[in-house]
Design a protein around this ligand. Structure first.
Ligand SMILES: *[C@@H]1O[C@H](CO)[C@@H](O)[C@H](O)[C@H]1NC(C)=O
Ligand SMILES: *[C@@H]1O[C@H](CO)[C@@H](O)[C@H](O)[C@H]1NC(C)=O
Ligand SMILES: *[C@@H]1O[C@H](CO)[C@@H](O)[C@H](O)[C@H]1NC(C)=O
Ligand SMILES: *[C@@H]1O[C@H](CO)[C@@H](O)[C@H](O)[C@H]1NC(C)=O
Ligand SMILES: *[C@@H]1O[C@H](CO)[C@@H](O)[C@H](O)[C@H]1NC(C)=O
Length: 949
């Protein structure tokens, strides 16, 4: 269906559309395997449920079953009846109807309507017409009402799956007559009352899925009668009272989940009898007392979750006997004493969470034996002593070949030990744990230097070492940690200069170097971190000027440079810090005028005090002399007198550039002034397509002066409001975050041409830009308003994502492709959007995609180099763009590919892209790459429905 539009699809889009046939191939494989499994399933059920006596009276029985089903169908809503169109009076046997299976004597054995999109009640289904029914599966539909009493007549029923519907009321007592029932799922319904005692008559029951079903009350003692039960899930059921000791009678249990209730009292020792248990969760309750040492008898257990209770006492050393344990979570309790060294026996341990307890003593050296350990989280305890060397490198504990292999392939990805009393130095061996993604060592008493070996942890995302006693210099090797998003070295005794290599941390969002003794000037390379949101360099001994490159950090929200010895004026580039909301430059030697941005307009005197001569319109600050900015002469004098050491040649070049820029700004300001004079439109008020002034007033009125209740979104360069004009037309108004001081700001001027071009675009998959107006107070873009909202919001909401079925998703992908083709190939010069992401795809009520937000748009000028500052949304931009900064159509195509994957997966593909396409597969530590498509497809949609596309 895509290729029929072949002509209109650019060559560049083809690789991504090529993905679609692969996609459908997988769908076919999926469906095919489903059919095979169904045909394997048939004979067994047929064999077991057809007996000779049932063959008699065959046709009469068929007729009764068919009639009962048709009658029930007619009680469902219209859409459901359409879905069951094969259920018709015309045929006497229902055996080939959708969702129905029969035995040899053509009597119905299975009603399989899971995830069909049905809506209605069970009141009209005559259960007595189905003497041979084995399975009812109506899970994941919208059935409501009471579960009917007559269900108790289905004496042969083995599987009853009513999960994920809207059934209410209590469970009928007759359920106790389903003596063959082995599988009962009532999960995710709105049932009420306590767990009915009749359930305990179901002695054949193997698997009870009752989580989130609405039941409350206590767990009845009778639960112990269900000796055959293998699985009991009562998670999130508002259960109160204690766990009955009779639970110990259920020795067949393999899975017991009582998490997220309000259970109190002790954990019964009898739990130790459940020797077949693989999974035990008691998390998020109010359990108290000790962890029974009998837990050591759960020899098969793989996962234990007891987090967020009120447990006290110590961790029983018997825990070391659980050789199959892979996850242990005892976090958020009051557990004290040492971590038993016997955890070193848990050779299968993958994750251990003991944070937020009162554990003391040192971290046992034995953790180094846990070669499969990936998560070690011990935050917020009273642990003392050093970080064991064995954490990173086992050469001292293991011998020979094995040890060197381990050193290359430590599996640790998360080591969090912040907020303890750990002392000693950071062992350089941590540098061997090369899979580390999170390393938290903050708030301890660690001393010595930060080992440069940490520079080997190239996968590191978050590094927190703040609030320790670390000293010495920061190694330039830190600049190699290219995946870092958070670097916090605050509140130590670090000294020396800030390494300029940190500028290479291009993904960094938060950088905190405050409260140290860093000296010399701020390296201008810091300004390369263009995604940075927080920069805190307060409380150091930094000198010199603030580098103008900091003005490039367009996403910076918080900037703290206070309590240093910085001097000179604030760079004029700070006018570009449009996202900045919080700033503190107090206690320096700064002078001159404040940048003309919101953060400084709103700054309090506390954030500016104790400088040498700042001026501006803030109270308590002297007003600036009339002409202060762009004044090359005064700057030059300051430069020469203040920074004597600055090389004279460099100064001259800087002056030349400054003068040049000022001159150009001056020239262009003159030009637009002339331009305005020629036009009859008012000087400060540029409008197209509309009588601007009236529209502007209407918009201000309709949004009650941009009241937040009309705000429907906030983006990088502005907030979007919904406004209903007096004509009845609803438009979306984007108010740009541009403060204008009586005229179009220079940034807007440079966009004027682009905006003008966009008003001329007309395409069904592009949001219409009606016009633009610049007013002394607000600059506004007026767009077509789309009721459906943005694609990213829809994909995040479970309900809306389900409504966005495969058909609609394909249409969205096609719509975006058409719009991009139009922009790249039918517009001259081509228009590059530069920020294609799910946030910027809006849908109308028919789920038709519209590209919006042309804030970053670039018109390709064939004569210029098209080099630019980085723009776009992180995670959607082509990797090469980050270093080449070259804009062409390929940027949009890459983002389109990411978007397409997001539509198919239901979420941003994240690391999937790099793991699919990365060439470094030979690494010993490489992760599993053979992902099956069915596991990554949006799980909220039925995959069999993909046929409809
Ligand atoms: C019921 O049907 C749903 C949807 O087809 C399926 O996922 C589920 O496994 C079925 N339940 C049982 C017990 O087989
Ligand atoms: C359940 O079985 C009992 C005894 O066999 C019977 O009295 C009762 O009517 C049955 N209930 C239903 C709903 O079939
Ligand atoms: C269940 O266990 C309790 C003690 O744990 C015991 O007294 C009782 O006899 C057991 N019940 C059954 C039915 O075996
Ligand atoms: C657990 O390890 C300790 C040494 O740490 C050893 O003495 C003990 O025998 C081990 N226990 C089991 C059950 O293997
Ligand atoms: C941990 O350190 C804090 C502050 O230095 C101290 O008050 C506390 O007593 C220490 N706790 C232990 C268990 O050493």
């Amino acid at each position: 269906m895509v290729s029929s539009r072949g002509n209109s699809i650019s060559n560049q889009l083809l690789p991504f559309l090529g993905f679609l046939p692969v996609f459908f191939f997988h769908v076919l494989v999926l469906v095919h395997s489903f059919q095979i499994s169904a045909s394997v399933f048939f004979p067994t059920t047929q064999a077991s449920f057809a007996s000779l006596s049932e063959v008699t009276n065959e046709t009469a029985a068929n007729g009764r079953e068919a009639n009962a089903l048709v009658k029930w169908k007619h009680s469902l809503d219209n859409q459901s009846q359409a879905l069951l169109s094969s259920w018709s009076n015309g045929s006497t046997t229902p055996c080939n109807w959708v969702g129905i299976l029969c035995n040899y004597s053509n009597s119905v054995t299975h009603i399989n309507l899971g995830n069909f999109g049905l809506r209605g009640t069970f009141n009209s289904l005559n259960f007595s017409s189905f003497p041979n029914l084995n399975t009812i599966n109506v899970s994941t539909n919208s059935f409501y009402g009471n579960i009917p009493h007559q269900m108790g007549e289905l004496r042969k029923l083995q599987i009853l799956d009513l999960a994920s519907n809207k059934f209410y009321g209590s469970l009928p007592k007759s359920i106790g007559n389903l003596s063959r029932l082995s599988y009962l799922a009532l999960a995710y319904n709105n049932l009420s009352g306590s767990i009915p005692s009749e359930i305990f008559q179901l002695t054949s029951l193997l698997d009870a899925q009752l989580q989130n079903s609405g039941f409350s009350g206590s767990i009845p003692r009778e639960v112990g009668i269900l000796r055959n039960l293998l699985t009991l899930n009562l998670e999130d059921c508002k259960l109160t009272g204690s766990i009955p000791t009779t639970i110990g009678n259920m020795t067949n249990f393999v899975y017991l989940n009582l998490a997220s209730n309000q259970l109190s009292d002790y954990i019964p020792r009898e739990i130790g009898n459940l020797t077949n248990l693989l999974f035990l969760s008691l998390a998020n309750n109010q359990l108290s007392g000790y962890i029974p040492q009998e837990i050591g008898m759960l020899g098969n257990i793989q996962r234990i979750y007891m987090g967020n209770n009120s447990l006290s006492g110590f961790i029983p050393k018997e825990i070391g006997m659980l050789r199959n344990l892979s996850e242990l979570d005892l976090s958020e309790n009051y557990i004290y004493d040492r971590i038993p060294g016997t955890i070193g026996n848990l050779s299968n341990l993958y994750a251990i969470f003991l944070y937020a307890n009162n554990l003391s003593g040192s971290i046992p050296e034995e953790v180094g034996k846990l070669s499969k350990l990936s998560f070690l989280q011990l935050l917020s305890n009273n642990l003392t002593g050093p970080i064991p060397v064995s954490i990173g490198n086992l050469t001292e504990l293991l011998s020979g070949e094995l040890s060197s292999k381990w050193a290359q392939c430590s599996n640790l990805t998360s080591l969090k030990v912040s907020n303890n009393n750990l002392s000693g130095s950071i062992p350089p061996e941590i540098g061997e744990a090369t899979k580390l993604v999170e390393l938290y060592l903050s708030s301890n008493h660690l001393s010595g230097e930060i080992p440069k070996e940490l520079g080997r942890l190239v996968l590191l995302n978050e590094l927190q070492i703040s609030d320790n006693r670390l000293s010495g210099k920061v190694s330039s090797k830190f600049g190699l940690l290219e995946d870092l998003t958070l670097l916090d070295l605050a509140a130590n005794n670090l000294s020396g200069s800030i390494p300029k290599q940190l500028g290479g941390l291009i993904k960094l969002l938060h950088l905190n170097l405050s409260k140290n003794q860093f000296e010399q000037s701020i390296p201008s390379e810091i300004g390369h971190m263009i995604f940075l949101r927080t920069l805190d360099l307060a409380g150091n001994s930094l000198i010199g000027r603030i580098p103008s490159s900091l003005g490039q950090m367009q996403r910076l929200e918080t900037l703290n440079l206070s309590h240093n010895n910085l001097s000179g004026s604030l760079p004029s580039t700070f006018d570009g810090l449009l996202s900045l909301t919080s700033v503190d430059i107090s206690y320096n030697h700064l002078e001159g005028s404040l940048p003309n941005i919101v953060a400084f307009h709103n700054a309090t005197i506390e954030a500016l005090r104790n400088n040498n001569g700042l001026c501006g319109n803030i109270s308590d600050l002297v007003a600036c002399p009339k002409i202060i900015s762009h004044h090359p002469q005064s700057r030059r004098r300051k430069n020469v007198t203040l920074i004597v050491l600055f090389p004279i040649l460099g100064t001259l070049i800087a002056m030349f550039l400054l003068f040049g820029i000022s001159y150009m700004l001056y020239r262009s300001a003159r030009k637009t002034e002339n331009h305005h004079l020629e036009e009859p439109i008012q000087n400060l008020f540029a409008v197209w397509s509309y009588d601007g002034k009236i529209v502007y007033e209407n918009i201000v009125e309709a949004t009650e002066e941009f009241d937040s209740k009309y705000c429907i979104g906030v983006g990088g360069c502005g907030s979007v409001y919904k406004a209903e004009l007096p004509t009845g037309q609803v438009v979306a108004v984007k108010k740009l975050h541009l403060e204008t001081d009586g005229g179009m700001s220079s940034i807007l001027k440079s966009f004027t041409a682009e905006i003008r071009a966009l008003t001329e675009i007309r395409h069904r998959n592009i949001v219409k830009l009606f016009g633009f107006c610049s007013h002394p107070q607000h600059s506004l873009l007026v767009y077509e308003h789309l009721e459906g909202g943005s694609l990213d919001k829809i994909l995040k909401s479970v309900e809306k994502a389900i409504a966005l079925d495969w058909d609609r998703r394909i249409n969205i992908v096609k719509g975006v492709a058409n719009a991009l083709y139009y922009m790249h190939h039918n517009c001259s010069p081509p228009i590059i959007h530069r920020d294609i992401s799910s946030k910027n795809i809006l849908l109308n009520l028919d789920y038709e995609a519209h590209i919006s937000d042309f804030g970053m748009t670039k018109i390709l000028n064939p004569n210029s180099s098209n080099l630019t500052l980085f723009a776009g949304t992180f995670g959607y931009s082509a990797p090469e763009l980050a270093y080449t900064m070259k804009v062409n159509e390929k940027c949009d195509v890459y983002s389109y590919g990411v978007l397409t994957l997001e539509v198919v997966l239901g979420q941003h593909p994240g690391d999937l892209i790099s793991s699919l396409f990365s060439p470094s597969s030979s690494s010993v530590c490489s992760t599993a790459r053979n992902l099956l498509l069915k596991y990554v497809l949006d799980q909220r949609l039925s995959h069999s429905n993909m046929f409809n596309c």
